[in-house]
Design a protein around this ligand. Structure first.
Ligand SMILES: C[S@@+](CC[C@H](N)C(=O)[O-])C[C@H]1O[C@@H](n2cnc3c(N)ncnc32)[C@H](O)[C@@H]1O
Length: 231
């Protein structure tokens, strides 16, 4: 069976998985990511997990269709509850809301091991996820924005290392994205619009102090974009 192309969002997540790593794909649905990584010889072992039976059935069908049953195991699990630490060096959680991703991470204390990598691709509430990661001692090693149609997403590679955590206000909003990369810059512009809207809302509610903080973060992002290309 010829191998399919991963959609861009998942391709960026796949590029962050280490060769030879045992993988857990949490909320796998169709299992495209672990199937693709197994077919490419990147992961020797993977658990494709989902909380619902319907998606897990889809995962099982694709695992069989692409002949990777000896590598990828479909498994019913709420978050990482049903996955042992020795089964996952790299954990992907993609296509869910940032708050749900943050809850799943909080429930699996064994992720607080610097050897484990988390590859996270939130669909919403990215700032809340970044700040929850920081609170728990997870740093972000790398991050890339991905544009698909009208949507722009971010994918981040994180690991437990409290010394490297960036707790600055601006980091919450743009993480490790770079103004020198076109899609990252687009994400930063969108974040500026969100901050503008949020700050104006706060001003109307009378919270001048927080509004001023958000306007300041917005102008810091703008400065980064204006000085794009400079070291
Ligand atoms: C939108 S799909 C994302 C599929 C794939 N990861 C992707 O990014 O294309 C989200 C999947 O997460 C599953 N899910 C939601 N909450 C979950 C949880 N707590 N534990 C495991 N899976 C969960 C859903 O059943 C669904 O199949």
């Amino acid at each position: 069976m010829a191998l399919f192309l991963l959609e861009k969002r998942l391709a960026v997540c796949a590029s962050m998985v280490r060769k030879g790593a045992a993988l857990a794909d949490v909320g796998t649905d169709h299992a495209f990511l672990p199937v693709w990584l197994a077919k490419c010889g990147i992961v020797p072992k993977a658990v494709a997990s989902d909380i619902r039976r319907g998606p897990l059935q889809r995962a099982a069908c694709n695992i069989e269709k692409y002949g990777v049953g000896s590598i990828v195991e479909p498994r019913l699990s709420n978050g990482l509850d049903g996955i042992r630490p020795d089964e996952a060096d790299d954990v992907v959680i993609a296509g869910m809301g940032g708050l749900m991703i943050s809850d799943i991470i909080k429930r699996a204390q064994w992720l607080k091991d610097s050897g484990k990598h988390l590859i996270l691709q939130p669909m919403t509430r990215e700032a809340a996820l970044r700040s929850s990661l920081a609170e728990q001692g997870f740093c972000i090693l790398r991050e890339r924005a991905v544009q698909e149609g009208r949507h722009i997403y971010t994918a981040m590679l994180s690991c437990y290392d409290p010394r490297k955590v960036d707790k600055s206000d601006i980091f919450q909003y743009i993480g490790r994205l770079s103004p020198n990369i076109a899609e990252d810059a687009e994400y930063m512009k969108r974040e500026m619009q969100r901050l503008w809207k949020h700050a104006n809302g706060l001003r109307l509610e009378g919270d001048e102090k927080r509004a001023a903080e958000l306007f300041h973060i917005r102008s810091e992002i703008e400065k980064m974009l204006l000085h794009e290309g400079e070291e």
